[in-house]
Design a binder for this molecule. Sequence first.
Ligand code: DGL
Length: 288
Amino acid sequence: MAALFYLPMNSSTAPKRPIGAFDSGVGGLSVLRALRAQLPTEDILYFADQAHVPYGPRGLNEVRGFSEAIARYLVAQGAKLIVIPCNTASAAALHSIRQLYPKLPIVGMEPAVKPAAEHTESGVVGVLATETTFEGELYASVVERFAQDVTVLQSACRGLVAEIEAGRANGPEARRILSEALEPMLAQGMDTVVLGCTHYPFAFDTIREIVGPQVRLVDPAPAIARRVQSLLAEGGLAAQGGAGRTRYVTSGDPATMQLRVRELLGEDAMVEGVSWLNGEVITADERG
Ligand code: DGL
């Protein structure tokens, strides 16, 4: 693994360096939106692992391998903080990435069961997340700590991430998957839905139509952005002025990612392509 771009952390250079963020694909863009609203002066390097999307059915070990390699790539690119806007990658690798980089601030995600359990009036909460997220210890621990007195219903919405990646977040197949997941939950009295996968906020309109106006939808993106902001401030890492830029990188097809960024964020962005080689992310230069 080349470390050509590694810049050692020190207080004079760190604020100019990017925040590194990664997801299996476009899901993390729902958090990127919140990050940019909260932190408009920060540069962000967003990595979409579209060679391997969806992560959900792959299991904790495989996703951990991808996530650790992407973290190495982001650190080599000079990331001053890593945010993982992906519940599945956080479930698989938040702990191990923190062990690999004990001095780097790292922000992960877990399904927002805590605020849901605090606010539910019916006592029935639905969680939409991936299979691998449900398998992880992070999820088991939030349910155990915060949802003892609440009924928690779960659905992995299999196939929904692929629909969203294909640009059909609110299409007929997405609607079918979501209806199948949500209608039985509604029948059991659910009044709060946790969007426990960062792809799912892009299907917000369909989810809202299915559950109606009374059900609360919990998206943790703004809370993640506030957490990133406070860690940057604590570490003296915040960028000082000027407009922040976002650099997009994908291990999949850059033209498709570019299209999705336009559809989902309304932005015309350049997207760079990278490849996987022997379990590591390599750039076009390294590929030769
Ligand atoms: N967006 C991701 C998450 O929050 C991953 C979805 C997937 O790739 O299956 O879980």
